[in-house]
Design a protein around this ligand. Structure first.
Ligand SMILES: Cc1ncc(COP(=O)(O)O)c(C=O)c1O
Length: 357
């Protein structure tokens, strides 16, 4: 129950223990086409372009920037935690002039403030993290993307901690880039990224006067391979793609809406359980809480002890806070394959761990 990677089903694990196949084998090309088809379903992306690459979530963050930003471009980043801040840093690394809306830890960005900021200046793009896994805050992406698009900016959503676990419909959302990593709500091993890109942005990329910075990070180079994976661009992590295929098949079988509902029900069990034993949730506003991860304030620097007891006595692995919050808070991931029974088991174990039992 760390906020990624998550537990893998037996089917996903078995997919990684098959004899090696070549990445240019026709059977593998068919499997990869199926990965892309199922990735579209996981994003509800019928209108845009879909990419699936080898790499971690940070690769997708960087690709979102190389796809959009030329040096000197002004962008708006909603800084709601550690990962949103990474997006700021990547933008700066590529020469963007970044303006930020910073929120208090555990508080989401206010769409009205975003609108005011966008009315006051012209921004090439708005970057928002759907769920910041550090602060466990969920941003109102529908409203924020709407504000961005109304103002004529591109909209980028970091969906690493949301896609598959929280409502997110790429076509209806209207964002230009939404991405996730395989290791979170999709319940696949770490090492692959899934990126949905709007037609509008791809056309802009094709028409760019300056060249896109990066080679592996240039989606235009990947596009032919996504359309027909019988060719070669760069050797993919074959086993991870095969595992991702099975994880996406399992998601498809469960149904995206059903998976969102399961995540919500389990999140409610966990949140109520935490509050019922007297602990505070990091995110105060119910609307800002995520159904994929929950932050808990622990008393008097007790986070490492509670974490240790959960692990040693109850076989549950949770994460501490990042940086200065390491002793003050725990982060509990409740996404992927988590069952209601496991959510209840966590609640009982957490209550016992607090009293040292
Ligand atoms: C919201 C969010 N964005 C980006 C990342 C970076 O992903 P990765 O660690 O796979 O590079 C993470 C990682 O946990 C994340 O939670």
């Amino acid at each position: 129950m760390v906020p990624g990677p998550t537990n893998l089903s037996m089917g996903v694990r078995q997919a990684m223990s098959q004899p090696q196949v070549g990445h240019m084998d026709l059977d593998y090309a068919k499997e990869f086409s199926e990965v892309v088809r199922l990735a579209r379903k996981a994003f509800r992306n019928n209108n845009g372009h879909q990419f699936v690459l080898t790499g971690s979530g940070t690769l997708a963050m960087e690709i979102a920037v190389t796809s959009i930003v030329s040096p000197g471009d002004k962008v708006l980043a909603l800084n709601t935690g550690y990962f949103a801040n990474r997006m700021v840093e990547i933008n700066k690394a590529y020469g963007a002039s970044v303006e930020e809306i910073r929120t208090e830890f555990g508080v989401s960005a206010d769409p009205d403030e975003v609108r005011r900021k966008l009315a006051a200046g012209k921004f090439k793009a708005v970057f928002v993290t759907h769920v910041d896994t550090s602060s466990t805050t969920c941003n109102a992406v529908k409203e924020i993307v709407k504000e961005a698009k109304n103002s004529g900016s591109l909209a980028v959503v970091d969906g690493v901690c949301s896609v598959g676990g929280l409502e997110l419909d790429f076509d209806r959302l209207g964002a230009d880039v939404v991405f996730t990593g395989s290791q979170k709500a999709l319940a696949a091993p770490p090492g692959t990224v899934l990126i949905a890109v709007s037609r509008e942005l791809l056309e802009q990329m094709e028409g760019r006067k300056d060249s896109i910075r990066g080679y592996y990070l240039n989606l235009l180079r990947w596009k032919p391979y996504m359309d027909d994976p019988r060719g070669y661009f760069a050797t993919p992590a074959v086993q991870l793609m095969q595992a991702l295929k099975v994880a996406l098949q399992e998601l498809d079988k469960e149904g995206l809406d059903a998976r969102w509902r399961r995540h919500h029900a389990n999140a409610e069990i966990i949140r109520e359980g935490i509050v019922s034993v007297g602990n505070r949730l990091v995110v105060r506003e119910p609307a800002d809480r995520a159904d994929t991860v929950t932050g808990i304030w622990t008393k008097d620097g007790a986070a490492p002890d509670v974490q240790r007891v959960l692990r040693e006595r109850y076989n549950i692995d949770v994460a501490k806070g990042l940086g200065e919050n390491g002793t003050k808070m725990l982060r509990v991931g409740h996404f992927g394959n988590l069952t209601k029974e496991q959510a209840n088991y966590f609640v009982d174990s957490f209550a016992n761990a607090l009293t040292g039992r």
